[in-house]
Design a protein around this ligand. Structure first.
Ligand SMILES: N[C@@H](CCC(=O)N[C@@H](CS)C(=O)NCC(=O)O)C(=O)O
Length: 214
């Protein structure tokens, strides 16, 4: 049985959503944010980084959301939520699975930190903004006219992408990216996403940004 160690307001919503889409049995252990921002000390006992999400599956401990999504799909997915291995769609699926945390998150998070610095962040702000525009512009172009990252069905890559877009929407960043906003609205309307939110509890990423800035 898979256990999701679910940190409130976090990327672990991806894993709840994934498991709901697959209809797999799982348990949730809930963790509140420490000082409204950090994973609590208990969480570090699961994995050396102490970052969410983490799942346990028997004696296995799996961290890093993209790895967890790939693990669950490969080990428990029975061929669902991913294209056939080796196909052109699979190449695109893999690229998107890694694009979000591997490339887009860095400028996105940097933008938040630079805003926290106020005037002190001014020298690097243009660079961060141009990198955000590059990455969001790329995703906008790629998702224009599409309901899913790959083909005409949901894959793990959509689950990986939507958390980032949830966060960006809460920061008001999607106004210039209508295809991303439309794609996200389509994703969050899925019944499995709603079930994940209900089971996961509080999910307002803007609260974290506010706590970081206080
Ligand atoms: N690339 C990692 C990022 C993990 C990460 O930063 N998780 C955040 C939650 S969204 C966290 O645990 N923050 C709490 C902390 O840093 O103490 C992943 O995708 O799993």
């Amino acid at each position: 049985m898979i256990t999701v160690h679910h940190l409130q307001n976090s990327r672990s919503i991806r894993i709840l959503w994934l498991l709901e889409e697959l209809g797999l049995p799982y348990e949730i252990v809930h963790y509140d944010r420490h000082e409204q921002l950090f994973a609590p000390p208990d969480y570090r006992r699961l994995h050396g980084l102490g970052k969410a999400p983490v799942i346990t599956d028997g004696t296995r401990v799996v961290a890093e959301s993209g790895a967890i999504i790939e693990y669950v799909i490969e080990v428990h997915g029975d061929g669902r939520l991913r294209p056939a291995v080796g196909s052109d769609d699979w190449v695109r699926y893999l690229q998107w699975m890694h694009l979000i945390e591997g490339s887009v998150m860095l400028p996105y998070i940097l933008g938040i930190y630079i805003d926290m610095l106020g005037d002190g962040g001014a020298p690097v702000k243009p660079r961060a903004e141009s990198e955000i525009a590059l990455h969001f512009g790329f995703m906008e172009q790629e998702l224009t006219g599409r309901d899913f990252v790959v083909g005409d069905a949901l894959t793990g890559a959509d689950i990986q992408a939507t958390f980032l877009l949830d966060a960006a929407a809460e920061r008001g960043l999607l106004g210039d990216y209508p295809a991303l906003a439309r794609y996200r609205a389509y994703m969050v309307a899925r019944p499995a996403y709603a079930r994940a939110l209900k089971k996961g509890g509080a999910y307002r990423i803007a609260d974290l940004t506010a706590a970081a800035m206080s």
